[in-house]
Design a protein around this ligand. Structure first.
Ligand SMILES: NC(=O)c1ccc[n+]([C@@H]2O[C@H](COP(=O)([O-])OP(=O)(O)OC[C@H]3O[C@@H](n4cnc5c(N)ncnc54)[C@H](O)[C@@H]3O)[C@@H](O)[C@H]2O)c1
Ligand SMILES: [Zn+2]
Length: 353
């Protein structure tokens, strides 16, 4: 069993990472006056029939997919929570990927002004990123994660074995966030990924568990320093300025979050090279690792202008400039603010090279 602590004073909690953990979840759940498991149809079919909650918990099953991460679904969940008789002493269990985690966390944070919840993430992306750190929320038609809260779970229980059933497309998507930690925080981890990527892609349990643990440690360290993203937590947005814009201009339908972040990491690395923040050898090392995952990295022509328009609406912008977290050395990113014309020029140069 691997344990990682998230130190946030009275809101501290621990993450447990153990292959096979889901079988014993019943013993791990904190005592509560009943509760609800929130999951999606695909995860329910695979992991929804656990004796851990069959007797004591209600279950709310939503349709899978990013389209469900909206206020209407949140309202329906909250309604069901009330009809199930949940009190402030009940518990919400988020069983699923980032969509379920963000939605369930959001509902837990506003129901009766906040009731306890735990995360049981079942996608790579959720295990290394979204289940840790307390960002919850839903999308508005006009933008992603526009409504939400910072609300920490009581615990996070990670079973890497659940990734054996995850479709490959979603496993690869999660690798974008994994590589992000190596780029933004820990060069030794970047080198570890270079060395062990094939084993990771083959879902070797030991490597998988180690990688998840290291990502959780980094996320925990960053969040403990800056829970509400006023400073250092921003480094984890590398690849995301372009990634979020790409998701928006394709209406969250064409790319998964991780796939969009892959394109973001690729283009932002090339922008960093264009600006002289990293040399071509450093850039090449990053691009090679991204390419070895098998993820798509290129962008259809014609999307550039739309992309920049979308980036101008990014929450992180300041004084009309677009904020990027660009690679700036081994295991390091730096914030660069650019006007739209500068971004266009850089991207056009990349497109023609
Ligand atoms: N809160 C945060 O800090 C944070 C960070 C990063 C991303 N996110 C959010 O996370 C969401 C993306 O999460 P995601 O990539 O996990 O997507 P997801 O939740 O949509 O899951 C992907 C698909 O995999 C299926 N699935 C989940 N676990 C499975 C398993 N073990 N076996 C088989 N199928 C399984 C799901 O049903 C779904 O169809 C986005 O909304 C993104 O904004 C949040
Ligand atoms: Zn992300």
């Amino acid at each position: 069993m691997q344990t990682v602590q998230v130190n946030l004073g009275p809101s501290s909690y621990s993450l447990q990472i153990t292959p096979g953990l889901l079988d014993d979840l019943q013993d791990l759940l904190p005592p509560a006056e009943g509760g609800v498991v929130i999951t999606d149809e695909a995860v329910d079919a695979l992991y929804g029939r656990s004796p851990a909650w069959d007797l004591t918990m209600h279950k709310i099953v939503i349709a899978p997919g990013e389209e469900e991460k909206n206020l209407q679904t949140a309202a329906a969940i909250l309604d069901r929570m009330q009809k199930s008789g949940l009190t402030r002493h009940s518990i919400v269990v988020a069983l699923g990927g980032g969509v379920v985690g963000d939605l369930a966390g959001f509902c837990a944070s506003v129901y009766m002004r906040g009731i306890p919840y735990i995360q049981v993430p079942t996608t790579l992306l959720a295990q290394v990123d979204s289940a840790v750190g307390g960002k919850t929320g839903v999308n508005l038609p006009g933008g992603k994660n526009m409504v939400g809260s910072f609300y920490q779970p009581q615990g996070v229980f990670i079973d890497p074995r659940t990734l054996q059933t995850l479709p490959q497309r979603h496993f690869i998507s999660g690798l974008a966030e994994v590589i992000k930690y190596g780029l933004a925080w820990d060069y030794a981890f970047f080198c570890y990924l270079q060395e062990h990527l094939s084993q990771l892609l083959a879902l070797e349990e030991e490597i998988l568990t180690e990688v998840i643990k290291r990502c959780c440690e980094i996320k925990a360290e960053v969040v403990a320093q800056d829970e509400k993203e006023h400073g250092v937590r921003k480094v984890l947005n590398c690849g995301h300025t372009i990634g979020h814009a790409l998701e928006a201009v394709t209406f969250y339908k064409q790319y998964t979050h991780g796939e969009a972040v892959f394109v973001g990491l690729y283009l932002e690395t090339r922008m960093a090279e264009g600006l002289g923040l990293i040399d071509s050898a450093q850039s090449q090392a990053i691009l090679t690792l991204l390419g070895r995952t098998g993820a798509g990295l290129t962008l259809k022509e014609g999307l550039w202008t739309k992309l920049i328009r979308a980036m101008l609406a990014d929450k992180k912008n300041r004084s009309g400039k677009i904020s990027f977290m660009l690679p700036a050395g081994p295991g390091r990113v730096t914030e660069v603010l650019l006007i739209a014309e500068e971004v266009m020029e850089l991207l056009e140069t990349i497109a023609t090279q």
